[in-house]
Design a binder for this molecule. Sequence first.
Ligand SMILES: Cc1cc2nc3c(=O)[nH]c(=O)nc-3n(C[C@H](O)[C@H](O)[C@H](O)COP(=O)(O)OP(=O)(O)OC[C@H]3O[C@@H](n4cnc5c(N)ncnc54)[C@H](O)[C@@H]3O)c2cc1C
Length: 598
Amino acid sequence: MPIYKAPVNDTLFILNDVLSLERYNNLPGFADATGDMVEAIAGEAAKLAEEVLFPVNLSGDQEGCKRADDATVTTPKGFRQAYDLYRQGGWIGLAVPEEFGGQGLPYVLHTAVGEYMSSANMALTMYPGLTQGAIAAILVHGSDEQKAAYLPKMVEGTWTGTMNLTEPHCGTDLGLLRTKAVPQPDGSYRISGQKIFISAGEHDMSENIVHLVLARIEGAPEGTKGISLFIVPKFILKDDGTPGERNGVTCGAIEHKMGIHGNATCVMNYDEATGFLIGTENKGLNAMFVMMNEARLGVGLQGLSIAEIAYQNAAQYARERLQGRSLSGAKNPDGKADPLIVHPDIRRTLMTIKAWTEGGRAFTLWTALKSDIAHRSADEKERQAADDILGLMTPILKGVLTDKGFDHAVMAQQVFGGHGYIEEHGMSQYVRDARIAMIYEGANGIQALDLVGRKLGMNGGRAVMALFKEIGDFCEENRSDEKLAPFTKGLKKGLNDLQASTMWFMQNAMARPDNAGAGSTDYMHLFGLVVIGYMWAKIAKAAEAGLAGGAGEREDFLKNKLVTAKFFMERLMPETALRKTRIEAGADTVMELAAEAF
Ligand SMILES: Cc1cc2nc3c(=O)[nH]c(=O)nc-3n(C[C@H](O)[C@H](O)[C@H](O)COP(=O)(O)OP(=O)(O)OC[C@H]3O[C@@H](n4cnc5c(N)ncnc54)[C@H](O)[C@@H]3O)c2cc1C
């Protein structure tokens, strides 16, 4: 049976030693996040993940969701009870302002504990996860009445949320959207159309479901400029604010899909459903983007989370499974064979996942902290600088961590040999669950295009230049520190490849945009390598500082960080040169074959 233990010590090390969370206690909500408080919250979250969510993960995968003839949907056994404990613990509103029933704590803390929940049970965690995205969109774009009417119940978790963009003919290209909204004399709209693939679209865990729906108001322009966002509650609220009449939105079917079986992926039929405009007419995509950006960070976190749990299981298996002898002589001479962990190739596999996952955790928390600064700092310049980095990192975090999440689930499965292919070990579930994160919230190819086509050039390249300077300065400042040299040297080389590739795009992609398109996925991964390399260099610095200050009980923990940092620089960082070479090959060959030749 699979195992899971939340990596609390690792999280605390990143928050305290690498990011120095206490430096930010001038930001609203941070003063409450004292070291003790953060430790207590991480500990409680770990307990919920390990003892409540994880035990129904494998069974939820096997059982799946069921739709009855009356269009109701039942989630797997134990999901409701687990969700109740999740919401009662106040986890949905951890970072939501107190005036709406939240706790106003830092978003970085919400992200830290979110990892545990997704590792333990990704399918279940998506129900509150989508609710959190919907809360964010209503917080930013909803009217005061809408905030008062919906947020407290959503924060409490008695109502959940969804996002409805996709239609059968319209996925990436939202300009093709057909769902229609007809204005009514009372200011509401009648929404009609079909949405597909709607996560948590219908289920049995909450009293109401607040659908956020993209639709085109009658007479609005074609394309993305004519899309508006609506709240369509499953039960229309009565005057006293409680759920009343059933709205004209129903689940037509649930999809039979590769993974996340415990999450209901629904076809949602809107038949003159009552909807309420959020924000401004025809500016729906801006409002939905608040939700999508939040969701993209959450999806990147899913990639990391699945890699982590797959790794933990593979590491345990490698320690226990006896097979073959060590190349350097028996390590378990009393046994008939040595454990898998003695074999260098198994170690390479585990080290690769470990280095990406621990570096990815630092990357995720560093980015979440930028979100806190961007939204909470009193200093406008600081807010803008943080927002620049957050925007630049969002496609990288989503695209790289989910591509790697799947790769690493497969690598961890490989450690199990044939046993990894058998369902009861759980490894197959991780591979299947991880796969969707590469697709939804903008398929990863689209993340790469967003990075190269939009984010790089934004505000004259302000974000990318600031980040290159920050990383370059870090290398320069620590250049003379001998202990850090192995890390800064590798990082500087990676940064050079990234800067050269950026320059290559500037010189070759303006006149020929296909050059940008053909190199975009390599560029996204090249950027991911450099940013995670930067995280490893920071981790190494924090580990050296900890060891110099007398590490006590943490000595092994800190030394292990240095070994993993070295592995990242020796074995993973050099991939930047390969990525750069591919980018510089340009689009000519990629575009040469006629469509019929494929
Ligand atoms: C399990 C599951 C849950 C989902 N949950 C939700 C949800 O809750 N709400 C919701 O609204 N949607 C949801 N989706 C839909 C998901 O977001 C879409 O499937 C996704 O956005 C891609 O759209 P598509 O499937 O139509 O693919 P397409 O848009 O047809 O794209 C197909 C491929 O072509 C690539 N591509 C498309 N356009 C371009 C281009 N211009 N340049 C280069 N490459 C391109 C894409 O990267 C992709 O690889 C879910 C999907 C699944 C499977």
